[in-house]
Write a protein that binds this ligand. Structure first.
Ligand SMILES: [Zn+2]
Length: 190
């Protein structure tokens, strides 16, 4: 049975690199694999997934008719996997549409994203993926300030931690992965 996968992590947890290498693994075996991202992320330029180690992958934007689009592609030529970057920004409806792909077409969907925003609240897309996904994996990275595992994203403005403002602000330089203890200490919550 094809599955809906959710692989979540903090900033700098290697998500883009993983999506690109997963795509590479499928295609080098001659297995067609479709890559998608969200229109809200213009950081990487138009329809491009970029990793910090310099790899790039062309991706289409997710739209309301994503299920139909994948089905049309699959009818033309067999699709072995669907990859989704920045899945945290998707709507509940988008995730439901994505979940139809394994259920009705038998194609696995592997979604990558951030679990929570800089206030440590779940993104909508992430919440629905945690509710619906068949398999959930955490991509790990280390806290910016100590040696513990990072579980939260801290927002920095001019190097100063803040936890106010809009939830969606693209641009890595303003966010760092931190552990819960450092998050509290830096924001003076303790
Ligand atoms: Zn820490």
């Amino acid at each position: 049975m094809a599955k809906l996968y959710y692989r979540y992590g903090t900033m700098q947890s290697n998500k883009s690199n993983q999506i690109i290498t997963t795509h590479h693994q499928y295609t080098t075996q001659g297995k067609r694999c479709l890559a998608y991202t969200t229109p809200i992320d213009s950081r990487s330029g138009h329809k491009k997934i970029k990793s910090r180690v310099g790899l790039e992958l062309d991706a289409e934007y997710i739209t309301d008719d994503i299920f139909v689009r994948v089905k049309q592609e699959h009818d033309k030529e067999k699709v072995y996997a669907v990859l989704v970057d920045e899945a945290q920004f998707l709507s509940k409806k988008d995730i439901h549409n994505l979940s139809d792909i394994p259920d009705l077409l038998g194609i696995p969907v592997i979604a990558f994203g951030l679990k929570t925003d800089f206030r440590n609240e779940l993104f909508e897309g992430s919440r629905v993926l945690l509710e619906l996904a068949d398999a959930i994996d955490e991509l790990k990275t280390v806290c910016q300030y100590c040696n513990k595992k990072a579980t939260l994203n801290m927002r920095l403005r001019n190097g100063v931690p803040i936890n106010v403002g809009e939830s969606i602000q693209i641009g890595d330089e303003e966010y760092v992965p931190v552990c819960r203890k450092c998050y509290k200490e830096r924001l003076e919550l303790v």
